[in-house]
Design a protein around this ligand. Structure first.
Ligand code: CU1
Ligand code: CU1
Ligand code: CU1
Ligand code: CU1
Length: 145
């Protein structure tokens, strides 16, 4: 019988199966948090941009749409790069995670400006802030070796 696994369990299980997994606890939990936060953020930013396109005051939302599309692709790339353990380059990982934190910071700030009048922007701003924090925590851990 198939048991339903949470995304976190699935990410952890797949990392464990790689015989060349480089990361160990406590950094492993930070990596899994980052991957999960990036999955959520890519999803929410894509939907936020799409929801903005459906609004009538489109011109006011142009910047948030552009930043959400940027944030979505950066989060998508980040979750892949953090996931790959075989020959993982920590300098590249660090650069990518820092870029992701920056994308989430600017996107989160812009979406926060619209949070009071659009629920999708409020959710997006919260999701971006959580991803920024997860990326920052991982960057700090990787940096301190
Ligand atoms: Cu994002
Ligand atoms: Cu975002
Ligand atoms: Cu957004
Ligand atoms: Cu991120």
């Amino acid at each position: 019988m198939a048991t339903t696994q949470s995304t976190e369990q699935l990410i952890r299980r797949m990392l464990d199966l790689n015989p060349r997994k480089q990361v160990q606890e406590p950094d492993e939990t930070l990596m899994i948090d980052c991957i999960e936060a990036c999955v959520d953020c890519a999803q929410v930013c894509t939907a936020c941009a799409d929801d903005s396109l459906a609004q009538t005051e489109l011109r006011d939302l142009t910047k948030s749409i552009a930043l959400c599309l940027d944030c979505a692709v950066i989060c998508e790339a980040t979750r892949q790069i953090v996931t790959r353990q075989t020959e993982q380059d920590l300098d590249l990982l660090l650069a990518q995670v820092n870029a992701c934190a920056e994308a989430c910071r600017v996107c989160g700030a812009e979406c926060q400006r619209h949070a009071a009048h659009h629920e999708h922007h409020r959710i997006c701003a919260d999701t971006c802030h959580r991803c920024e924090a997860a990326c920052d925590r991982l960057a700090t851990a990787v940096q301190s070796g």
